[in-house]
Write a protein that binds this ligand. Structure first.
Ligand code: NAP
Length: 332
């Protein structure tokens, strides 16, 4: 269901449609319902949401797994990836105006973007890549920022270095392979057989089918491992790094005797909403160097189905929830 009429009806009203939770639990706790339109603080912009990206953090927070890191209050609107058009600006906001097309990764401790509107601090909002429609733009911020900061800020990846990127076909991995390729690194990606050609097309030099080959039996002396899987896979990854190499992870870092003996830097990180990074990524996208991969676009009221798919752990690229049809978009 796309809210062509619904959005018009709600613009002047104080409520909107949103997907919210009133308690932690399975996909059934997601309620597509009326919610108050967000109130705007002076430092925020109100974004009319065209599309919202789906990420594992959505179902982790929904299930209560993330409640220590991301304390929120019920009812909570999920979704922390947005592309849309600025509907209103707070009194202290100087750098945006109504009608601009933007994208952002909103603050996960606050209400998110599975909704017709979301209020976001202006200092974490960036102009959307001009060459992308809203659905593809919504696929970028969270996964793109994670891949960028993981490889470059934490991983210090340089041209010519060798990097192993796990889950190279996923949301974060599909950006990481493209960024590392743009940087001029030698890339080895892991994925399953059905995605081998896809990961090569993103720029990987070598692809290892994790179901049929042990990566640690093929690889050695790498500079960097970018890990989004953790556990056993992280542990096995220490063996393929050179002495003094780096393992950067989006999940829990678990150094052990092997990583200690090899003096490997094992670091976990939480991606930050850095607008300068989003601006650089938008630039690369508009130059045709990076392409977000969207394998499925679903309507907002199918958020529960979208989360079930994400939770299975085999999404190729990204799933995006479409809130408003592109034809309704304001041309930029
Ligand atoms: N710390 C942060 O700031 C941050 C930010 C973003 C994400 N994360 C976390 O990072 C993790 C990854 O996020 P994501 O959005 O990239 O996930 P995702 O898109 O759901 O990952 C799915 C991909 O993983 C691949 N995969 C599954 N098992 C694999 C294995 N054993 N070896 C290699 N590939 C495998 C799948 O390929 P096949 O279908 O071929 O199996 C699929 O394409 C999540 O836990 C997420 O919460 C953290």
């Amino acid at each position: 269901m796309i809210y062509e009429q619904g959005i018009q009806d709600t613009i002047n009203r104080q409520h909107m449609k949103a997907v919210r939770i009133h308690s932690f639990g399975g996909p059934e706790v997601l309620k597509f319902e009326d919610a108050p339109k967000p109130e705007l603080n002076p430092d925020e912009v109100l974004i009319k949401v065209y599309a919202s990206g789906v990420n594992p953090i959505d179902w982790k927070i929904r299930s209560g797994m993330g409640k220590e890191k991301f304390p929120g209050s019920f009812p909570l609107t999920l979704g922390w990836d947005v592309a849309g058009v600025i509907e209103a600006v707070g009194s202290a906001v100087k750098n945006f105006r109504k009608g601009e097309a933007v994208y952002s990764r909103p603050d996960p401790t606050k209400n998110g973007s599975y909704a017709e509107y979301v209020a976001v601090k202006a200092d974490i909002v960036e102009r959307k890549p001009e060459s992308l429609d809203f659905a593809h733009a919504a696929a970028v911020p969270l996964a793109g920022l994670t891949a960028w900061q993981g490889l470059f800020d934490h991983g210090k990846l340089q041209a010519g270095q060798k990097v192993l990127i796990h889950a190279a076909s996923g949301g974060v991995g599909s950006f990481a392979v493209q960024f590392a390729s743009w940087k001029g690194a030698h890339i080895i990606g892991t994925t399953s057989e059905k995605n081998i050609a896809f990961v090569k097309s993103l720029g990987a030099d070598e692809v290892i089918d994790y179901k049929n080959e042990k990566f640690e039996e093929r690889l050695q002396n790498l500079d960097l491992v970018f890990d989004t899987l953790g556990g056993e896979i992280q542990k096995r990854s220490f063996r393929v790094l050179k002495n003094g190499g780096r393992l950067i992870t989006t999940v829990r870092p678990e150094p052990d005797e092997v990583s200690n003996a090899k003096n490997i830097l094992v670091e976990g990180f939480m991606a930050l909403s850095v607008p300068e990074d989003l601006e650089q990524i938008a630039g690369l996208i508009d130059q045709g160097k990076i392409k977000p991969v969207v394998s499925r676009i679903m309507p907002l009221d199918e958020a529960a189905e979208a989360q079930k798919l994400s939770e299975q752990g085999h999404v190729k690229g990204k799933i995006v929830l479409q809130v408003l049809k592109e034809s309704s978009a304001i041309p930029q």
